[in-house]
Design a protein around this ligand. Structure first.
Ligand SMILES: Nc1ncnc2c1ncn2[C@@H]1O[C@H](COP(=O)(O)OP(=O)(O)OP(=O)(O)O)[C@@H](O)[C@H]1O
Ligand SMILES: [Mg+2]
Ligand SMILES: [Zn+2]
Length: 318
């Protein structure tokens, strides 16, 4: 994290003392004691969703969860950090530094070694999500979830500008805030989890008054999540309502977080080894048209040009 030429150097209120300085509307669960109670095995009757969580944890993919109320979307999202590997020393120091600047260091935990989980409320402002503030620039939820999980529950209820502000950190892994005479750069490399009900009334199939939302109302509701944001979400899971019998019978098959976390860690090691052993790809120099092009005589080049009319910047005049 770099803060360039900024701030008064004063520590934010509540620094290192629980979360009094946390941006409004943000629940950040980094304390191991609280996290220790959660386990992926609690999520019953949703094998596809559990598998999706494992894939996202292994590959660092963003995840969206769509389903009726009470299907277990929030439950699953809260358990995603329990299958992520512990932070190594460098990552732990980076995460701790961000939480220290934001004033959200958990009491009695000087070093955050577990992947953080940050779940801002849908009324959160853009500054609370990506960071900002007047005077002292503070990191937002996206940075508090660095190396962990940013969970947007009831995602369509968030402001459109708030959701779209996440596109930059999703792309670059950092938030750059610029004010007059001040630029701050906060790391924000998180796994995004979006959860949504299929319609605005949020009446599930088991509720007394059934949903009466029209298909157009449902479409409008989900369209609040913009295409460019959803393009960045690789894994999309649809939850189905689960019967009581399914919940009870699935108890025998659910794996605890510890078992899944081992597979996730092994998958990450394999991926790291693959990346290290891959031969670097030689990219042609800009403007170089390659050997095949050089072998072509002027007649072949003219034929090529007729077959493939030049697009902007595709051919250079020769
Ligand atoms: N798949 C499940 N396995 C076990 N318990 C479940 C499951 N789904 C829901 N529950 C129970 O129902 C409660 C509510 O679940 P949860 O909040 O995760 O649902 P949700 O899909 O997020 O609903 P909403 O859309 O209303 O937020 C949980 O705390 C849990 O006790
Ligand atoms: Mg929920
Ligand atoms: Zn409805």
């Amino acid at each position: 994290m770099t803060v360039i030429d900024g701030g008064t150097g004063e520590p934010p209120a509540g620094r290192g003392s629980g979360q009094p300085g946390a941006p409004a509307g943000i629940a950040s669960r980094g304390a191991p004691a609280e996290r220790g109670r959660l386990d992926l095995a609690d999520v019953l009757g949703q094998p596809a969703a559990r598998r999706a969580a494992e894939i996202c944890a292994a590959g660092g993919h963003h995840l969206s969860l769509l389903g009726p109320p009470g299907a277990g979307k929030t439950m699953l999202a809260e358990r995603l950090p329990t299958i992520l590997p512990r932070l190594d020393r460098a990552a732990a120091l980076e995460v701790t530094a961000i939480h220290s600047v934001a004033g959200t260091l958990p009491a009695g935990g000087p070093l955050i070694a577990e992947p953080p989980f940050c779940a801002p409320h849908h009324t959160a402002t853009k500054a609370a999500i990506v960071g900002g503030g007047s005077g002292i620039l503070r990191p937002g939820a996206a940075s508090l979830a660095h190396f962990g999980c940013l969970f947007l529950d009831e995602a369509p209820e968030f402001g459109r500008d708030v959701l779209d502000a996440l596109r930059q950190p999703l792309e670059s892994g950092e938030v750059v805030l610029a004010r007059s005479g001040l630029t701050a750069r906060f790391p924000a490399r998180f796994t995004l989890v979006l959860a949504a009900n299929p319609c605005p009334c949020a009446r599930g199939p088991s509720s007394r008054s059934a949903c009466t939302c029209t298909p157009a109302a449902r479409r409008r509701y989900l369209a609040r999540l913009s295409g460019p944001l959803l393009d960045r979400v690789d894994v999309k899971v649809e939850f189905l309502p689960v019967s009581r019998a399914e919940l009870l019978s699935d108890r025998r098959f659910t794996e605890p977080s510890a078992v899944v976390a081992q597979r996730v860690a092994a998958a990450r090691e394999r991926a790291a080894a693959r990346v290290c052993s891959a031969r670097p790809v030689r990219r042609p120099r800009p403007g170089c048209r390659g050997r095949a092009h050089r072998r072509r005589g002027p007649r072949r080049l003219a034929q090529d040009r007729d077959r493939h009319p030049p697009g902007p910047g595709r051919w250079r005049r020769s």
